[in-house]
Design a protein around this ligand. Structure first.
Ligand SMILES: Cc1cc2nc3c(=O)[nH]c(=O)nc-3n(C[C@H](O)[C@H](O)[C@H](O)COP(=O)(O)O)c2cc1C
Length: 360
């Protein structure tokens, strides 16, 4: 099968050679992965949730200069747009009490644990960066930002994309005027983009697999749909395009590439038999995300009412993660991975892109 007309139109509008998007992966990549992917004809993405506006400026400039010999190269800047958490000292104290046996075991000084709001949602500073950088695509996770900020993004000329994990979320996003919808199946690694449910420990039984979600979203909306979740090889890409996707977004398969900043314990876990068992957990951040099942998930979760709202839960976990990783253990690390790790190989990202797109 060759490329579909939906995919051809989508790539032509963006000036992309391939209907393939490297998923933005906050905390697991910097500009190097996006540059390598862009050089191979796919869309490179930068995770604004984990990069300062200054870091984004530098990465976009490198990516564009690297590729300048080939003319303009599109780039995707990605942001979280969660509601900032309201401080809840009672809940925070309960969370730290639940973690106390681990602090004792690893010798963590509880008084040194950072407080604060953690990762900030998309805001004015990021909008300033977008106006200066004029990326071709701005994608959001956890819904969309407030109207005034969204309008600034639209006026910059960027296409606006966001993630849907249900047909209802896809229809809501279309009604807000997004240019494309990322249909994220439950197989996907990292955070679920779910946003219409909210609340602590939201009902993850509402989440559909890619094979069920994708065709239903394609039937429900008129904008292009990007398939995400569990796609790890050329056959998976072709299947998603056949089901009506205009492009495919892949994260997990890139985690072992040398250009990713995946930690040593995470790389080891991805290459071990334990990578076959992933689950959705809210223990590491306060929101459901898929990762390789480890000790913390087995003992306190994987889903729990205990963690404070996203992203505050990170603060109390961070010193445990650091102490364990120092000992070579991923017991307290968010080992994000999707259900299909068969595409993870330690090969350059450009080679992986070529293999994923072979036969299109
Ligand atoms: C390590 C990791 C980090 C992720 N971080 C983000 C992120 O910062 N923003 C985002 O929109 N999606 C993020 N995702 C989700 C991806 O966009 C995408 O939905 C997912 O990777 C697709 O499924 P796959 O992992 O099976 O390829 C992340 C995924 C992974 C594996």
């Amino acid at each position: 099968m060759s490329i579909t007309s939906a995919a051809r139109g989508f790539t032509a509008r963006l000036g992309l050679a391939l209907p393939l998007i490297q998923a933005p992966m906050a905390g697991f990549q910097s500009g190097a992965l996006a540059s390598a992917v862009a050089g191979a004809g796919a869309l490179g993405s930068l995770p604004g949730a984990a990069m300062s506006p200054q870091a984004l400026r530098e990465a976009v400039s490198t990516l564009r200069n690297d590729r300048s010999a080939h003319g303009g190269v599109p780039v995707n800047l990605n942001f979280f747009c969660h509601a900032p958490p309201v401080a809840d000292p009672v809940r925070e104290a309960a969370w730290r009490a639940a973690l106390k046996p681990y602090y004792d075991e690893l010798g963590v000084d509880v008084s040194a644990i950072a407080g604060g709001p953690g990762r900030l949602p998309f805001g004015d500073e990021a909008a300033d960066a977008i106006e200066a950088l004029r990326p071709e695509v701005v994608s959001f996770h956890f819904g969309l930002p407030p109207a005034a900020l969204l309008e600034r993004v639209r006026r910059s000329g960027a296409q606006v994309w966001s993630t849907a994990t249900t047909v209802a979320e896809a229809s809501w996003l279309e009604a807000q005027g997004v240019d494309a919808i990322i249909a994220q199946g439950v197989e996907a690694g990292g955070h679920r983009g779910m946003f219409l449910l909210g609340g602590n420990a939201p009902d993850v039984t509402t989440q559909l697999g890619t094979l069920a979600l994708l065709p239903q979203v394609v039937a429900a909306v008129r904008v292009p749909v990007i398939a995400a979740g569990g796609i790890a090889d050329a056959a998976g890409m072709r299947a998603a395009l056949q089901l009506g996707a205009s492009a495919v977004q892949i994260g997990t398969a890139f985690l072992l590439c040398p250009e990713a900043t995946t930690s040593a314990v995470h790389r080891a876990a991805l290459q071990s038999a334990s990578a076959r068992h992933t689950a959705l957990t809210n223990l590491f951040s306060g929101r459901p995300a898929r990762g390789i099942v480890n000790r913390l998930m087995r003992e306190l979760g994987p889903m729990s009412e205990l963690p404070p709202a996203f992203p505050s839960a990170v603060n109390a976990i961070a010193p445990l993660r650091a102490a364990a990783e120092k000992r070579g253990s991923g017991d307290f690390s968010p080992l994000w991975a999707g259900q299909n790790v068969s595409g993870c190989r330690p090969v350059p990202a450009a080679q992986l892109v070529g293999e994923l797109a072979s036969g299109l």
